[in-house]
Design a protein around this ligand. Structure first.
Ligand code: ATP
Length: 302
């Protein structure tokens, strides 16, 4: 009896931990993948974010000492800018996000938020300032209303409903048998990839952190779902600094700046028009995707 009881109790603990974590930060990476390798400095203060500027300054990083993944990455994102990161699979896009969250520290160089080196501040204060829309969103076996409320647990029903509208989920919800009270998740209604991302966007809208990171799903979406996500994303990026790992042209074209990554380096950056005119890596990617798009909607980086 005891043998059964302990694992179940442990699973309950993991489940509560996940929910607790979501209240602070939408889980971007698998909960089992999170390694508590980084510790706060004894004198770590709180990050103070007034504007939401991000800077990577000559960042070098490898998961293992024998393989460098980021090779001197430098870029900056101005407050309320929307910056898209594109590049082939394995170029290091997600690694940038992991460093911004301080799941790892840079081996050399620094990451700054509003001019503060993130190694000098508490991880908790850092992560409170960043909202995440992951590729694959964790949904709990509860109503859509409650699932969205994890963005900010003390939000009122009205605030949750407003976030749902801004995330372009209201049309979808209107068709459900019990509306926002419909149970979703493993034992409830299964949501499509695009719908799940919009739940994550609604959570992020509710949280309203000064910085948003969005990891666009690689799975292909029909154009209706794609437009819904795009409009929801525009809603977020109007007021917040937004970093997007982009796989689709529709997300990239209206970005203030696009960073093109290749094998751990930023090889080009500029607006869509500038990069097309430069006729380099991005222009080649753009031409290729236009050809593919003529056949079908195919993600940039898969
Ligand atoms: P994708 O578009 O496929 O998600 P990406 O550009 O986001 O790719 P990253 O996930 O940043 O690429 O990975 C960059 C490199 O780092 C890859 O070669 C990957 O194998 C390696 N890598 C990623 N995570 C780890 C890890 N936890 N341990 C060791 N190597 C890793």
């Amino acid at each position: 009896m005891m043998q059964i009881f302990i694992p179940l109790n442990f699973l309950g603990f993991v489940y509560r931990e996940m929910k607790g974590a979501l209240a602070n930060i939408e889980k971007m990476f698998s909960i089992l993948d999170v390694k508590p390798a980084i510790e706060d400095r004894r004198d770590a203060g709180n990050l103070v974010v007034e504007h939401g500027a991000i800077e990577f300054r000559e960042v070098h990083f490898g998961y293992n000492p024998d393989r460098q993944i980021l090779k001197g990455v430098s870029f900056s994102v101005e407050p309320r800018q929307k910056v898209a990161i594109v590049g082939a699979s394995g170029a290091g896009k997600s690694t940038l996000f992991k460093l911004l969250f301080r799941f790892y520290d840079a081996d050399d160089g620094s990451v700054l938020v509003d001019g503060q080196d993130i190694r000098g501040v508490s991880q908790d204060s850092l992560r409170r300032c960043i909202g995440v829309v992951p590729q694959d969103t964790v949904l709990f076996n509860q109503s859509i209303l409650e699932n969205v409320r994890y963005g900010r647990v003390d939000a009122t029903d009205e605030e949750v409903m407003e976030a749902i509208r801004h995330a372009q989920l209201d049309g979808f919800i209107a068709q459900l048998p019990e509306g926002v009270h419909t149970t979703v998740g493993e034992r409830g209604l299964k949501l499509s990839g695009g719908e799940k991302q919009r739940v994550a966007i609604a959570r992020a809208i509710l949280k309203r952190p000064p910085i948003m990171v969005f990891d666009e799903a690689t799975s292909s979406l029909d154009s209706h779902a794609e437009q819904g996500i795009l409009r929801a994303l525009q809603e977020i990026s109007r007021e917040q600094t937004t970093l997007v790992i982009a796989h689709r042209l529709s997300t990239v074209v209206d970005a203030d700046r696009i960073l093109v990554m290749e094998q751990g380096s930023v090889v080009e950056q500029g607006s869509h028009a500038e990069l097309v005119a430069a006729d380099g890596h991005y222009a080649a990617l753009w031409r290729m995707q236009q050809r593919e798009r003529a056949l079908d909607a195919v993600p940039i980086s898969s």
